[in-house]
Design a protein around this ligand. Structure first.
Ligand code: DOR
Length: 438
């Protein structure tokens, strides 16, 4: 019988952990033995044999969460976030993998920059950091970036996005879709027709009229999604729609999926919970792009997420330094923190629908990103990437307690359900007892 020791079991290099009596999605409580980076055994009353025991009573084990849309800000804005601080925030939020957006400074539009981000992620060792490459040089929307070189680099980039900017030129968008088809890559579009959103400050509607702020009409998003699903269909490539935010976009997507277009879409936690009424406070913490929409949009997004028309939840974690947020609304940068609160917001929105949560926050995003070690239910031989959640806990969000370097959470003071108790990356804890391990 193999003896497992918390200091390193003889059969494998990684320390062993025995999680006792945890509820695995869709199953009765069981024990999970993690050793050698994988789930070594699953069953009742497993012998500890030297492994460190974690009490799983009352906890739910989910496959480690996967975020397809994270802004880590390094290189360039390390005052707002670094790969390491963002990775820690991710681990505390239950994530084991994040896809790092390309709008850094310099922009991640070369093999050199994506490899730098990838290497920093490995050094931090808290989550797997998978860089996203820019579609166009400098996000300028004029020339295609080195997509092939980024795909061939050590970072093995498969998702490309100009997020923050729309690839507005249809010819460039077509070329990008054609290019990535060769290696089954995906173009993740920030759907915003720029001519329709010039000077926009918030959602265009009743509230923007009342506040006298320039509006960002829903059609600016819907028109680009409609165009892009037609382009994706024409080319036969994969399209992913970033932070979908309107009821009309859901209908465009429904139509495209019915036609068999290879399109997936994400929704953010904030678009599932908050509405444009928040702008009435003029607190820039609620300024985000695309903007918070109406309660009718929120309802449509929730239904589409449950139905599967929207495939995944992605955070669009967008840390901003104080001077970029504690200023007048018009001058503030758009974006909100999301990694450390996403699961709680989803529990609030969906209730304890664990299988749905695992599908939308782990399995499907892992599949879209091609992260084969992630998004798998705990079973013997599967990489031990998982998170333990206490569904009975409630917590009040305190910006000063966030591991992120930034403080721009829109949920300050809000009490939300659920707490991440532990996160394991390849069998090693990154979070234990609700605290980061390193
Ligand atoms: O609100 C946003 N912030 N939306 C984006 O698309 C970009 C992001 C950022 O980088 O801050």
């Amino acid at each position: 019988m193999t003896e497992y020791t918390a200091g390193g079991d003889p059969g494998a290099a990684k320390p062993a952990y025995l999680i006792r009596g945890v509820r695995v999605v869709g199953a009765a409580p069981t024990d999970l033995l993690l050793a050698g980076g994988v789930v070594a055994e699953v069953g009742r009353d497993l012998a500890a044999r030297g492994a460190r025991v974690v009490d799983g009573d009352g906890l739910v084990a989910l496959p480690g969460l996967v975020d397809l849309h994270t802004h880590l800000r390094e290189p360039g804005r390390e005052d707002a976030e670094t790969v390491e601080s963002g990775s820690r925030a991710a681990a505390l939020g239950g994530y084991t993998a994040v896809c790092a957006m390309a709008n850094t400074s310099p922009v991640a539009d070369t093999a050199g920059v994506v490899e730098q981000v990838w290497r920093l992620g490995r050094e931090a060792g808290l989550v797997d950091v998978q860089p996203i490459g820019a579609v166009t040089v400098g996000l300028a929307g004029e020339r295609l970036a080195e997509l092939g070189a980024m795909a061939d680099s050590a970072a093995r980039v498969r998702i490309f996005s100009d997020d923050g900017h729309c690839v507005a030129d249809p010819k460039l968008m077509r070329r990008a879709l054609e290019y990535v088809k060769a290696f089954d890559g995906v173009i993740a579009q920030h759907a915003e027709e720029p001519r329709l959103t010039e000077g926009a400050q918030m959602h265009e509607g009743e509230v923007s009229t009342r506040l006298g702020l320039t509006g960002w009409p829903a059609v600016a998003e819907e028109a680009i999604i409609a165009r892009d699903v037609l382009l994706a269909e024409h080319v036969g490539s994969r399209l992913h729609v970033c932070h979908l935010s309107t009821a009309g976009s859901v209908e465009v997507l429904r139509h495209a999926k019915k036609r068999g277009v290879r399109v997936t879409a994400e929704v953010t936690p904030h678009h599932l919970l908050l509405t444009d009424e928040r702008a009435a406070s003029y607190d820039p913490v609620f300024k985000v792009n695309p903007p918070l929409r109406t309660s009718a949009d929120v309802s449509a997004l929730r239904e589409a997420l449950v139905e599967g028309i929207i495939d995944i939840v992605a955070t669009d974690h967008a840390p901003h330094a104080l001077e970029d947020k504690e200023c007048e609304w018009a001058y503030a940068r758009p974006g909100m923190l999301g990694l450390e609160t996403a699961l709680s917001v989803l529990l609030d929105v969906l209730g304890e629908r664990w299988d749905l949560i695992a599908e939308r926050m782990s399995r499907t995003p892992a599949r879209i990103a091609g992260l084969v070690e992630h998004g798998r239910n705990p079973a013997p031989g599967v990489p031990a990437n998982l998170t333990l959640v206490d569904p009975a806990a409630r917590r009040t969000v305190d910006p000063s307690e966030q591991a992120s370097r930034s403080r721009n959470t829109p949920y300050a003071g809000l009490t939300l359900p659920g707490r991440i108790v532990a996160t394991f990356l390849r069998g090693e804890p990154t979070v234990l007892d609700g605290k980061a391990v390193k």
